[in-house]
Design a protein around this ligand. Structure first.
Ligand code: DC
Length: 230
């Protein structure tokens, strides 16, 4: 009999964490939680209410409004994954723009926000059978996760992937600004005081700069299979 486990996937931005997580969730019939979407949705709320902009962050105002932020995931059968809803509105498209990407690391560094989102994430994982991706899943959210992966790739490869995604979605962006954003987010995410991005001691590192998705998935499935049969 195989058991249900928690799979924690952390790593730098645009390392393909969500692609792998979605494939794993489908194969093992697990719930997939994209925690980056939650930080992005809070950032969108902050932007809409003028609590954050490129040059400013009204941290106290945002903290005072945390109770007015309700996040939920709703499974979209056609897409095969759950979309992010902010206060009942589907914000899946808005949270993926470069503008939100440029604000999110600042917002995600606020401890009060992390506390709220981490508590919600831990609740989602109560019954195991979950794949969660983010920056602090193996270190803070589920330090007891049975399988922890840490994804890396060169900044150039990651920016190229993100650039293609945004262009395919019809955004007018320059490669240089995407590269800058990817590197800047990594810098802020890795150096913040609260729950900085780092590899958990027991995480398995995957550098996928030169590894295709099929090879990665195959290797990761072998690790999952071993864990669920343990
Ligand atoms: O995974 P992503 O690129 O969509 O995440 C967006 C940002 O959210 C990322 O730059 C840092 C923040 N984040 C975080 O601080 N902790 C998480 N568990 C997930 C994301």
């Amino acid at each position: 009999m195989s058991k249900k486990i928690i799979i924690a996937i952390d790593g730098f931005s645009s390392t393909g964490k969500s692609t792998i997580a979605k494939l794993l969730a489908k194969k093992y019939n697990y719930i997939y939680v994209d925690t980056g979407a939650m930080y992005r949705a809070v950032s969108l709320f902050a932007k809409q209410n003028n609590f954050v902009g490129k040059e400013f962050l009204h941290k106290d105002k945002l903290i005072n409004n945390l109770d007015n932020i309700t996040l939920s995931f709703q499974f979209n059968k056609e897409l095969g994954f759950a979309e992010m809803f902010l206060n009942g509105q589907n914000v899946e498209k808005e949270i993926r723009t470069l503008e939100v990407s440029q604000l999110v690391s600042k917002v995600a560094a606020i401890s009060e926000i992390r506390k709220k989102l981490v508590a919600e994430q831990q609740k989602m994982g109560e019954n195991s059978g979950i794949v969660m991706d983010g920056r602090d899943i193996g270190t803070v959210v589920f330090p007891e996760a049975e399988l922890k992966l840490f994804m890396t790739a060169s900044a150039d490869k990651r920016a190229t992937r993100r650039y293609k995604e945004l262009i395919d979605r019809g955004e007018k962006v320059k490669f240089e600004e995407i590269l800058f954003n990817v590197e800047e987010r990594d810098r802020i995410d890795s150096t913040r005081e609260d729950s900085p991005l780092m590899k958990a001691v027991d995480a398995i590192e995957f550098d996928n700069s030169d590894m295709g998705i099929d090879e990665q998935f195959e290797r990761i499935c072998a690790l999952v299979d071993r864990k669920i049969l343990e």
